[in-house]
Design a protein around this ligand. Structure first.
Ligand SMILES: *Cc1c(COP(=O)(O)O)cnc(C)c1O
Length: 220
């Protein structure tokens, strides 16, 4: 079995290689190690190997695992990459350093209120339903301008766009579309690319790649 530190080094070198081909700086790209479903015992070796940015998709799971893990090293950044229910907004604002799943007007209101109350600004990505899939989270492309306006008025710190393209088709056109939407709206962040396609995403402008199984092995 390949140890986590070796996997991490390999992913980092693939990121560097993809950035070089794209004529970008590897330092512009943040690797989010997606640790959802994995235990503290599985996560610790990655922290020891120097990884500092992690992604979780459930508020409750993160609240159970991360307070203790965070104590082990300084500078850990925790990102929420899964859907957020409005009734968990306060918990999410307290726990996470970045939220990738802002996707609807009610959440803009609730998150703005939660951040005010906590006196803590948490940067957000607006998740876009880039493949217009019925069952998928994310705001419709047509609804994006209004949602961004609303977030601006509410003073929510929106730093970019996020997407999860449809499975089993070539993701490049969807990454290119997200990149264009971000550019059109003057947003610097592009959260796109997972284990199977992060290099393609980097070619097309990803600033944040969310890599789970390639680092931790398959989820149970
Ligand atoms: C689970 C998950 C990932 C990581 O997926 P892998 O294929 O394991 O790399 C990335 N983004 C989101 C939103 C996820 O839910």
């Amino acid at each position: 079995m390949i140890d986590p530190a070796t996997r991490l080094a390999e992913i980092r070198s693939r990121i560097t290689q993809a950035a070089r081909i794209a004529r970008r700086e590897a330092g512009e790209i943040t690797l989010i190690a997606v640790s959802k479903t994995h235990s503290a015992e599985a996560i610790s070796p990655l922290i020891a190997a120097g990884q500092r940015v992690f992604g979780e998709n459930r508020v409750q799971e993160a609240a159970a695992k991360w307070p203790a893990l965070r104590e082990t090293e300084a500078g850990i950044d925790l990102h929420l990459i899964g859907q957020l229910q409005s009734n968990k907004a306060d918990d999410a604002v307290a726990l996470f350093d970045c939220i990738h799943s802002l996707d609807r007007p009610t959440l803009v209101t609730t998150l703005a209120r939660a951040m005010d109350k906590a006196g803590r600004q948490v940067p957000c990505f607006v998740q876009v339903n880039i493949g217009a899939e019925e069952q998928k989270g994310g705001c419709a492309i047509a609804a994006l301008p209004a949602l961004l306006d609303q977030a601006r008025i509410a003073d929510l710190p929106v730093i970019g766009l996020m997407c999860v393209p449809p499975v089993a088709i070539e993701p490049a056109p969807f990454f290119a579309l997200l990149d264009k939407l971000a550019r059109d709206h003057g947003l610097a962040g592009r959260s796109m690319g997972m284990s199977d396609d992060f290099e393609t995403a980097i070619m097309l402008g990803a600033t944040h790649v969310r890599v789970g199984s390639a680092l931790f092995g398959a989820r149970g």
